[in-house]
Design a protein around this ligand. Structure first.
Ligand code: UDP
Length: 314
């Protein structure tokens, strides 16, 4: 079972699970996901994939006899800053009550529970690169806290469930992921830049663009999640690509790859925007046998090709 199964990352995870022979139920309220993301899976029939439309913060209407669910991957949440900033209370609800309901379901079934946590638990990090032992630097009352603290609470709840009920859990901390399926109107940096470049609109760099991110191609991220599901440890495991790039350099690369004449414009930097971010993935390499394989230019080319077919989307 995958909560957020019709979302950007969730739909890719569902597709990978179905491809390897698992029967998957995706649960999604379609608030940031879309049924279209999994239309190909729905077409395979309910013995392979089913989409249940529900808000996992209030109910998880998926059950069956004990043991009939082998794994619960909890991905449901807005993940794009403009989306979680627009729905702060819903973001806190899905990270708290939604995580609790998903954990209870996993416990009832003796299923492995995977939490999709985030590099945002490190906040604006004072350690660089970030390894899992770093506790983070999060402003608990800033606008981004609705996402950061929801995920931090979700991690705490997951580990408490493991300690109290012996629930089989794993925490993954996912760093910026991009690729086909990221809606042009999603609001994250890669989808904004690629859509802007393809439309000939200015590329909107926030601040001076010297802040860094480390971008992981979606198929690599999904590979990390599958490896974590199939492993036995609790983590947390950083899942990301350690190749770090400034935002302004990313804009330049997108312009080169698209051949776009778009100018670059600078907007105000959002509050509490992390200045740098790069995962230390030694633990995932060692314990999960996983590492990303797709380099940035290759991943961006695939994203540009996909987005070019979707530019009427919002
Ligand atoms: N960003 C930008 N222009 C945009 C969107 C984002 O310069 O149109 C910057 C943003 O300020 C941040 C980085 O790109 O420094 C990554 O932003 P994103 O929203 O993709 O994810 P975040 O890592 O902040 O959660």
């Amino acid at each position: 079972m995958v909560t957020g199964g019709a979302g950007f990352l969730g739909s890719h995870l569902c597709r990978a699970l179905v491809a390897r022979g698992d029967t998957v139920t995706g649960v999604d309220d379609l608030s940031s996901g879309a049924a279209q993301n999994v239309a190909d899976l729905v077409a395979l029939g309910t013995d392979r994939f089913e989409l249940v439309i529900a808000d996992v913060s209030t109910s998880l209407p998926v059950d069956g006899p004990p043991g009939s669910i082998g794994a619960v991957a909890h991905l449901a949440s807005p993940a794009s800053p403009p989306e979680y900033l627009a729905r702060p209370l819903e973001t806190l609800a899905v990270g708290s009550r939604g995580t609790e309901l998903a954990l209870e379901l996993a416990r009832r079934h003796g299923a492995r529970f995977l939490l999709a946590s985030t590099s945002e638990v490190y906040g604006d990090p004072l350690e660089h690169p970030q390894s899992e032992s770093y506790w983070g630097n999060v402003n608990p009352i800033g606008p981004r806290s609705v996402y950061d603290e929801a995920k931090r609470f979700a991690e705490a709840l997951t580990m408490a469930h493991h300690r109290v009920h012996a629930t089989d859990v794993v925490v993954t901390r996912i760093f910026n992921t991009y690729g086909p399926g990221l809606r042009p109107g999603d609001g994250r940096v890669v989808s904004n830049f690629v859509a802007q470049a393809l439309r000939g609109d200015p590329l909107t760099v926030y601040g001076d663009g010297s802040q860094t991110r480390s971008l992981c191609y979606v198929e690599d991220t999904v590979g990390g999640l599958l490896a974590a599901l199939d492993a036995t440890g609790t983590g947390p495991f950083n899942i990301g690509n350690p190749t770090e790039i400034t935002v302004v350099e990313l804009a330049r690369r997108v312009l080169v790859l698209t051949g776009s004449p778009s100018p670059v414009v600078h907007y105000e930097l959002p509050a509490d925007d992390p200045t740098r971010r790069r995962p230390d993935i030694d633990l995932a390499r060692r314990e999960l046998g996983w590492a990303p394989a797709v380099d940035l230019d290759d991943g961006l080319r695939r994203t540009v090709a996909w987005m070019a077919t979707r530019l009427d989307g919002t």
